[in-house]
Design a protein around this ligand. Sequence first.
Ligand SMILES: Cc1cc2nc3c(=O)[nH]c(=O)nc-3n(C[C@H](O)[C@H](O)[C@H](O)COP(=O)(O)OP(=O)(O)OC[C@H]3O[C@@H](n4cnc5c(N)ncnc54)[C@H](O)[C@@H]3O)c2cc1C
Length: 412
Amino acid sequence: MSGTIVIVGAGHAAGQASASLRQKGYTGRIVMVGEEAFVPYQRPPLSKKFLAGELKIEQLYFKPENFYPDKDIELRLSTRVTNIDRAARNVSLDNGETLEYEKLLLCTGGHVRKLETPGSNLAGIHYLRSIEDVLEIQKSFKAGTRLVIVGGGYVGLEVAAVAVERGLDVTLLESEDRVMSRVTGAEVSRFFQRRHREAGVRMEFGRLVEGFRGDGTIAEVVCADDSAIAADLCIVGVGILPNTDIAEDAGIECDDGILVDECCQTSDPDILAAGDCTKHPSSIFERTFRLESVHNAIEQGKTAAATICGERTPYNQAPWFWSDQYDIKLQIVGIHLGCDNLVVRGDPASNSFAAFYFIGNRLMAVDAINSPREFMLGKKLVTAKATFDLSELADESNDFKELATAALNTAG
Ligand SMILES: Cc1cc2nc3c(=O)[nH]c(=O)nc-3n(C[C@H](O)[C@H](O)[C@H](O)COP(=O)(O)OP(=O)(O)OC[C@H]3O[C@@H](n4cnc5c(N)ncnc54)[C@H](O)[C@@H]3O)c2cc1C
């Protein structure tokens, strides 16, 4: 294949795919179209060091700016793809241009879920997905500012950690009864809640936000029981939705994500997709999922590039993710939902422990808190579908590495 490859989106997955295509020796034309103004950049620092003002914009870049011209990768930034014409094999851009493709790769990521409540258009209410969002937030991210965070997911918690360390007055509202309920178990949630409260974050649970009040600018966040929390600044982090609009309009199969196989192929043989926008099968977990993680974006970017180059290298890895809050690194591998057994090793009070989640005696997920060894071995164990004698694992006089090695040998 030597025709034009058009990549829609210029995020992590797109950046990786374009680099992998050239690495694999693809010499044809590559055009990457991204609606943001920046070359592909890393989003994780947005709610961590970049928000804290410790990184410059250029330090976020996935590759230096000159990488793309050097590798003959054409970039169309601040440009949106508005339509895919599958019969004619071309895409329309919002600048009036049309680009023909031999293969099209959709790396469109996701967009924040917005609260459509009374007062949601007031100034001072922000979402956090892009560099531009952080630059806006930073204008009022000052000591003494009363910040209300809506949502106790990893973005809300990372923002809370940075904010309270910068001297903001922080309240976090969560509608569930604990933080990070979508991604971790209750033991780990309790640990992070304690850590945030010790740092000075007020955390309120079962608080469903129903609106905002203010005279042009936010003054109060209003909850379902009509109670109000005073706010100068509000950051909402209640999840993202996949960007599937152009794929759906073109008749490509979607279901809470663009449906792809393990080689990133969509229902159209000339169109692939990678990253947060996709839903893919996993034979490790015997189900499909849509993941929002750098690991997934990078690996699917590589896989899509391989598929385009005619190599079948199915992507089938245990998903993993990390979050940095204060001096704590949380590393998660696998999926804890549906698990019925839990073993905790280490003492949460020591700030270093690991939670192992099981269905029966099969290990499905590990949450490692300042425990890199448990995380590294956990990745291998979850991938190998390893099983354990739970009482042996719970007995901390048994060395974890020895138990893990034995479980890996048994799993073959
Ligand atoms: C604040 C924050 C913190 C995070 N922290 C972590 C972390 O600690 N660890 C971790 O693993 N993951 C983290 N993530 C998630 C991770 O950043 C994402 O999973 C990853 O960026 C996904 O990459 P992607 O390329 O699929 O999508 P994106 O990075 O979303 O890129 C998609 C791009 O496509 C563009 N686009 C969409 N539609 C079009 C169109 N029609 N035309 C042109 N362009 C289009 C979008 O504007 C966007 O720029 C974090 C995310 C955020 C927002």
